[in-house]
Write a protein that binds this ligand. Structure first.
Ligand code: SF4
Length: 346
């Protein structure tokens, strides 16, 4: 495994770092996001927040802005909180013990194992989706990829296998093998260093391991949204209780359990923003966005606005932003899609 990793590892930016903070950032960004997507965000993020001090002192709104487009913003908030905790309570020194790492916001067993082994050279195991695939195939283990029994067994196996002398390379090697060779579909067994003893390969059907977990039922949601313009500015709000994307600016609107129509939007707007008057409604193309098993269709209208914003306890903040500021703001992706479809934002 170690020899294979040495010869075949991809040249990725976080592999040039030994700084535990930089490794922490990469591990959080890589959760649920592909390597190619993460790279530009990672480089930009570390350029702005090169160390714990800079991130700990930053405002959450700026952190979210640098995360904007990467999705799953909760990760960014928890990373920010975790770094602030280490900065304030541990003099900016990231603890090395697995249990202390797991006590930090946003760090679960996988991330704790990754930081402990890669940044601190501790013989700590880790199991992510790639490791699940490689080990369940190699050992021919039954069970679906999310089954607690299979995961418990895999954690135990990973703990036995991890190299005491080069745990970080070993763990990264397993993950790299899963990402580049032991792929979900069409694993390249002919160039796999584990082919000789692989039970799944010998069974002639490696793709049968691990079994596919039952899919959660897809939920369809409809959302109404308004691109409310006053001159060259657009109204954005932060609701008190957002279903997703707490702390992000977003277009005024609401989720519905019925068809979206312009009258519904006008009635929502006049209740939520009593000081504003809306006119010249133009329907924008409907946009679609997926969050986990939710399929969200947003029907938006552009409107002209006059009048004044009046305080409403349902909103933390509401403000008109210049259109030119939209590209650099942290917005939910479903709102960014609306703005792009309407030509308000590149
Ligand atoms: S031999 Fe094939 S199935 Fe087995 S671990 Fe290697 S790539 Fe995966």
């Amino acid at each position: 495994m170690l020899n294979w990793y040495e010869k075949n590892k991809r040249d990725l930016p976080w592999r040039h770092h030994s700084d535990p903070y930089a490794i922490w950032v990469s591990e959080i960004m890589l959760q649920q996001t592909q390597v190619a997507t993460v790279i530009p965000y990672y480089l930009r993020f570390l350029e702005r927040f090169p160390n714990m001090a800079s991130l700990a002192k930053a405002k959450e709104s700026e952190v979210l802005q640098y995360w904007s487009g990467l999705g799953y913003y909760r990760r960014a908030r928890l990373l920010h909180r975790g770094v602030q905790k280490v900065w304030q309570e541990n003099a900016g020194i990231l603890p090395q013990e697995i249990e202390s790492l797991k006590g930090l916001p946003g760090i679960g067993p996988y991330t704790a194992g990754a930081i402990a082994s890669i940044a601190f050279g501790q013989a700590a195991p880790l199991v992510d989706g790639n490791v699940v695939r490689v080990l369940s195939r190699y050992f021919g283990l039954k069970g679906h990829a999310k089954s607690p029994e299979l995961l418990r067994t895999l954690w135990e196996i990973a703990a036995i296998l991890v190299s005491p002398s080069r745990p970080g390379d070993f763990n990264q090697g397993l993950m790299e093998l899963g990402a580049t060779v032991c792929r979900t579909r069409l694993p390249a067994c002919e160039r796999c260093p584990l082919a000789k003893g692989c039970v799944a390969l010998n069974s002639q059907d490696p793709e049968a391991f691990p079994e596919t977990p039952p899919l959660p039922k897809t939920l369809k949601l409809t959302r109404l949204a308004a691109v409310a313009q006053r001159g060259e500015t657009i109204l954005l709000v932060q609701a008190q209780h957002q279903r997703w994307f707490q702390g992000l600016w977003g277009l005024p609107g609401e989720f519905l359990d019925r068809e979206a129509d312009d009258e519904g939007l006008l009635s929502h707007l006049s209740q939520a923003y009593p000081g504003l008057k809306f006119s010249r409604m133009v329907a924008l193309p409907a946009t679609r966005h997926a969050i986990t098993h939710h399929r969200i269709t947003t029907q938006a209208w552009s409107l002209q606005v006059s009048g004044k914003l009046t305080p409403n306890p349902s909103f933390k903040k509401m403000r008109f932003f210049p259109k030119g500021a939209l590209p650099s703001l942290a917005l939910p992706n479903f709102d960014r899609k609306v703005l792009q479809a309407g030509g308000f934002c590149p």
